[in-house]
Design a protein around this ligand. Sequence first.
Ligand code: PLP
Length: 354
Amino acid sequence: MIHNFNAGPSILPKVVFEEAAQAVLNYNNTGLSILELGHRTPTFQAVMDEARALLKELMQLDDDHEVLFLHGGASTQFMQVPMNLLDDKDTAAYADTGVWGTKAIKEARLFGKVEVVCSGKESNYTGIPKDFAVPNDVKYFHITTNNTIYGSQWQKIPVTSNVMVADMSSDILSRVMDFNAFGLIYAGAQKNIGAAGVNVVVVNKNILGKIKRVIPTIMDYRNHIKEGSMLNTPPVFAVYVCMLTLRWLKEQGGVSAIEKINNQKAALLYGAIDESHLFKGTVAVEDRSKMNVCFVMNDPELEIPFLNFAKENGIVGIKGHRLVGGFRASLYNALPLSSVQVLVDVMKAFGNKH
Ligand SMILES: *Cc1c(COP(=O)(O)O)cnc(C)c1O
């Protein structure tokens, strides 16, 4: 049995793999593969409609918030957000809490002014900055809710009077949140929502159309809203996998139910790290991510032997990002508590030998 802790693309529910595999061979007894269906057929339209409706339901979105499925991954949103919301002379505020936030800042600077209101850079991104203020006159305030690479997470979303924009790629739908409080949310699907190749964007339509810039057709969120994410050919298979994963999440009891399990998984693993004489966490305790658990060993010489020992026991995907080193165990929604238990047992067994 394999326990998959990959950071992304990452584990999805087994039923999703099974249904997706079947759909590739024969979708819903149509005699056709999901891969050869026209995107404007009623058959695929039903998939898109259900995916959108499930996301609206699971996030409890109000009627002002539109759900889009777009191409290009979260990295495209680093550019598409400022292109739609920021004029040349405007300023946007950004929180710099890690690699992804830094990349978002770089792209925003191509479209307007950026004020970095807080940064974890000085402390090597080992926590979430605390004391900072966001000016009232900025067009929006951008945060990365979970820092996939460094393993930190905003436990409390900073409430400001600004339009809030969030990159939620690695913790969307993992915890209850007032999603309606955001002007715009984006997330690459390949961590908590589905397969790589599609990007979820949730946008309050009232924040659009406020700038003077001419926006290329395919980059303008309003066109995608008008066309129901079918302005051009959508990534049909990726949208289908999202739909299956969202169905699964609803069956589990939705976001609040999965949050309880996510809390148990994180508590179990951090508990084992803190108890152990071999391992230590890399992030300030109060800012620890419940999705990406980063840790190192007190004796770096033991890291490769531990990695090998874990591999022998079916554990994959725990090698840390090269910027942090050590280990990163990603505990996304689809990862069962039992897999975390196996990892913890393996850590203890290794500890008994060293
Ligand atoms: C993975 C990730 C991205 C990049 O996503 P792509 O789909 O590869 O562009 C951006 N932001 C965060 C927080 C991520 O975890």
